[in-house]
Design a protein around this ligand. Structure first.
Ligand code: FPP
Length: 241
């Protein structure tokens, strides 16, 4: 059996927690709770398949518009997840990176994120990007502000600005672009997620709701990815010659 071509970076839009809860006659937050367990299973799957980077879209800049109680419950779930996972991440050599406008998150969450990032910064077996208060448009605005500041203060020469320099100003600067983007729950859109970084990503849509997305579903996504021909703007003939 030939080995699967494994993506270096898989990014996931974890969708369908609310519908899962509704289907089980439970409050929405129970869907998010079950979704947190799915996160743990998928981290294990990524580790087992040898994926080096995984990014999880956990909270978007638009998610603040949800009912206050749901937002508060999501933040609490995140705090518990971080407290519980720090030791596991260290033990398994995984590094946590947060992607997003973290200064707008609750202080307790910010502290936990900083602590976990620091505790795991030396590891490289699997880099886990947690997209929190993330939106591609705010990411670009933040990058442009930082570029303007660096230009005005003499740290950057605008003549040197190309995309390789620009990407150093994105939240994802320490990660390669995603090779594969997975969205669960049958929805078919990117929802302001990694819009620049996904320029050449393969996209895999699964009908499974996020709380039910398991190792086998992740494996199916990797198998589909392995069968795709990535051309990056070239012709198929150029790729084989
Ligand atoms: C989308 O489902 C999911 C979210 C907005 C939150 C994702 C959060 C988790 C998976 C749990 C916490 C994360 C971590 C990393 C611990 P939805 O609520 O929009 O579902 P619906 O479309 O069915 O209503």
């Amino acid at each position: 059996m030939t080995a699967l071509k494994i993506p270096q970076h898989v990014a996931i839009i974890m969708d369908g927690n609310g519908r899962w809860a509704e289907q089980h006659g439970l409050p929405r937050i129970e869907g998010h709770r079950k979704g947190t367990q799915a996160v743990e299973h998928i981290l294990k799957a990524a580790e087992d398949f040898g994926v080096k980077n995984i990014t999880l879209f956990a909270f978007s800049v638009e998610n603040w518009n949800r009912p206050k109680l749901e937002v508060a419950a999501l933040m609490q779930l995140l705090d518990s997840f971080l407290k519980e996972q720090e030791e596991q991440l260290v033990k398994r050599g995984m590094r946590l990176r947060v992607l997003g406008r973290t200064s707008e998150l609750p202080t307790s969450t910010q502290k936990l994120l900083r602590k976990t990032e620091q505790a795991t910064q030396a590891f490289d077996k699997l880099t886990v990007g947690l997209a929190l208060n993330y939106g591609s448009r705010t990411e670009v605005v933040d990058a442009v502000k930082a570029i303007t500041r660096d230009t005005q203060e003499g740290r950057l020469d605008l003549n040197e600005l190309d995309y390789d320099v620009f990407r150093q100003y994105l939240y994802t600067k320490e990660m390669p672009d995603p090779d594969l983007i997975i969205r669960t729950s049958g929805e078919c859109r990117l929802s302001n997620f990694l819009l620049l970084q996904s320029a050449y990503s393969e996209i895999y849509l699964s009908d499974v709701l996020w709380p039910d997305f398991d190792q086998a579903e992740f494996g199916a996504a990797l198998k589909a990815y392995a069968s795709r021909e990535r051309r990056f703007g070239k012709t198929a003939q150029q790729l084989t010659s």
